[in-house]
Write a protein that binds this ligand. Sequence first.
Ligand SMILES: O=P(O)(O)OC[C@H]1O[C@@H](O)[C@@H](O)[C@@H](O)[C@@H]1O
Length: 594
Amino acid sequence: MKIIPLQPHYQYRLWGGDRLKRFGFCFDEVSIGEAWTASALPQGSSVVSAGLHIGTTLDDLYATHPELFGINSPVFPLLIKWIDPNDDLSIQVHPDDELAQSLEGQPYGKNECWYILDAPEGGEIIYGHTFESKETLQQALEAGDVMSGLIRRPVSRGDFLYVPAGTVHALTKDVSVLEIQQSSDTTYRLYDYGRTEPTTGRTRDLHVNQGTLASFAPHLDYVEPALSLNHFRTQLTRNPYFFVEKWTIEREESVSTDTFRLLSVVEGTLEIDGSSFDIGATLLLPAGQSFQLDGTATCLVTGVSSPTKQKARIGIDLGGTNTRIAVVSTEGRLEKQYKLKTQPHLALDTLLNQIKLAVERFQLEYDITHVGIAAPGPLDLKRGAFLTPPNLPNWHHQTIVEPLCTLLGLPVTLENDANAAALAEAKFGAGRHVDSVFYVTVSTGIGGGFVYKQNLISGAHGSAGEVGNMIIRTDGPAHPTLNVGALETHASGTALHERARTKGMTDSMTLLTDEIERSTFVEDLATGLANIIHTVDPDVIILGGGVTASAPLYWNQLQDAVAMRVYPHLRGATPLVLQQLHGDAGVIGAAFLP
Ligand SMILES: O=P(O)(O)OC[C@H]1O[C@@H](O)[C@@H](O)[C@@H](O)[C@@H]1O
């Protein structure tokens, strides 16, 4: 038998119970919260349960048979647990490698991830907080008032979440997970509901100082889109410490390993190597072997990521509400991102330091060559500064490029957000097959960008594509910076919202169901689009922004209205299409700024 099945080690927890039994685990003890199915930690090493190495602990096997693993770490680097909370867990945070080494003398920090095995209807976990700094987080902890600032996230069976070290989090009652993580048991408890541990009669230790030091504050929210690798394998995360794949087995499949893999059966029955394994089984697949799989099963498979760094770029989409910092591959794929609330009432340095933290995390696994920022205009591109963006009032006239460049030691470019989105759509989205692309975003405001042969045409003063201020009528509401009759004052989300409000309607979508209002909007927008066609005659016009969410209400009418406003030979010659990259266009485009 090539595979090495492992037998779990069960852990008592104050919040435990006996429901891990429903995942196939057998134990007699009470209040069991965790089954450590792959562990080489001394406080609970798992043991080989069959085959040549039966009875050997995982740490011994790692020390005596390195050829089974094919990696170089001095100690076994991973830990897998099944967790079934019978009550809420403590509010907590884990250290990264650097902090675990300096504060605890431990080799590893505790970056972890959860595959949700089961969750009640409406189930939520705690993931992140709204405190704006470490000081306000610590004050809330000391005042016993942390719960009001925690972010709850709905979860259901089959969801997957990566929990980077530094994320304030907690599992909650009845949300069961398979947890894959670095081999560490260091938890900094921030809050434990004041409850008493029945075995000691005392409350459990809290670690407020270490925990505050380890926490992201403000919170950085991590997202990593899943990646389909083939018909049965999906990558759920690949980070500097481990990767996790979900394998959906429905027929015979073959796999081979370079380095070792740990496979956990989370649903169904897996046949491998002539044996059958049900839910709860964890198998070590040794390095350099081939395996035949069969049966009907869902398995989570983990291994250690290779240390080679891929080249990538960073895109930052700095908006009035949120800032997103993303790694984008050279092929334009958003690999992973951190998102945080933009806090324009605080010093710009606060944001720059969070950007630095995120970029440094990404540099652990990517060779970052360039950073691009997409921000709302007006901007001074020559100076790399904000001019007077309405949603960033406190940062008017501040430079961002030079300080960020110094902080990161990397080249940094700034561009208007609509121009960045135009570049992304032209390179990787709805305009990727043609030469000249005009992108128009109809959102809070109206902006645009022109891309020719994949080059952004910024204009002599960086203001090409500012179609929001294009005059389309002789009348219209007054605006502090825009022309009377400007497209934005008539057809933007803000303009529609204002008209909806005066008519006693809740939103612009409802306004557009009114025939007269819809025609007014369509004619105004069509006038702007026809002007664009007569100015640059693009291959395509791509429409994006929030107001395109109601496109089905006006799409055909808009095409006809544009056709009526252009020369006869141009009628129907310029396709109007919807954006394809949606909310990601800004970060992707920012990453590809020259
Ligand atoms: O501090 P308590 O409430 O016991 O929770 C501790 C547990 O928390 C979970 O989120 C995971 O990080 C587990 O690996 C850890 O053992």
